[in-house]
Write a protein that binds this ligand. Structure first.
Ligand code: ADP
Ligand code: MG
Length: 210
């Protein structure tokens, strides 16, 4: 499996599909510890990404991710818009204009995305945010990429599984950043919506390669 621009567009298309399918679930998660808008925001944002991709088809994976970043930044709103915008922009920059994403480059892109989210939102692992999905995902991808010469799918799967486990692990945490932190102890016992949407994004990357 080669992670080229066609794979990238398929990934983003499957992200849009996942946000539409899980819209209500993300709304419910955000209702419990936020303001109920996360599912709506992400669905609207990725539908706008689909429109942009068909209006101006990108020529490289990096260009596709840059277009995604700009669109999410302007369409998602809330806390998640600028955070995802930064994540996709940093990932795009790390990929440059190369036509394909090698396994190590995918790990590098996830690490850049994670670092961008941290730079923007100042959350640490354990603060019950999307950082709790991206940090283990970037680490697992880096480890998988360094382990012999893995195929792309192996590295994609490692990242998705780690993000999913990271999202589940936010359930008992008390939020220390973002809107959920206003609830203090009452934020415990609910999954962080942004960690959940991040896991959906990284699972879509696997589906695009399957
Ligand atoms: P808002 O909180 O403005 O309504 P959303 O509901 O779209 O925005 O997104 C909420 C998600 O954003 C949270 O679930 C969390 O994952 C993420 N988030 C909020 N603040 C931060 C932060 N400082 N760092 C990282 N992620 C954050
Ligand atoms: Mg919200």
């Amino acid at each position: 499996m080669v992670l080229d621009v066609n794979w990238t567009v398929k990934w983003l298309t499957l992200c849009a599909q996942a946000m539409a399918e899980h819209r209500v679930e993300l709304i419910e998660l955000d209702r419990a510890i936020g303001d109920s808008d996360h599912g709506e925001n992400m669905d609207r944002g990725f539908q706008a990404v689909l429109d942009k991709l068909s209006d101006s088809p990108p020529e490289t994976p990096g260009a596709a991710l840059k277009l995604t970043a700009m669109t999410l930044m302007s369409k998602v709103g809330g806390a998640a818009g600028p955070l995802y915008g930064t994540a996709f922009l940093r990932a795009a920059t790390s990929l440059g204009d190369s036509p394909e994403i090698a396994p190590a480059a995918w790990a590098g892109a996830l690490t850049a995305a994670r670092d961008g989210i941290v730079a923007r939102g100042k959350a640490e692992p354990g603060d019950k945010t999307m950082v709790d999905a991206w940090t283990p995902a970037a680490e697992a991808a880096s480890q998988a990429a360094a382990d012999g010469s893995p195929d792309a799918l192996t590295v994609l799967v490692a990242a998705a599984e780690a993000a999913e486990a990271g999202a589940v692990a936010t359930d008992p945490l008390v939020a220390r950043k973002g809107r959920a932190s206003y609830l203090g102890e009452r934020s415990a016992g609910h999954r962080d919506p942004g960690a959940a949407s991040s896991a959906l994004i990284l699972r879509a990357a696997v589906k695009a390669a399957a």
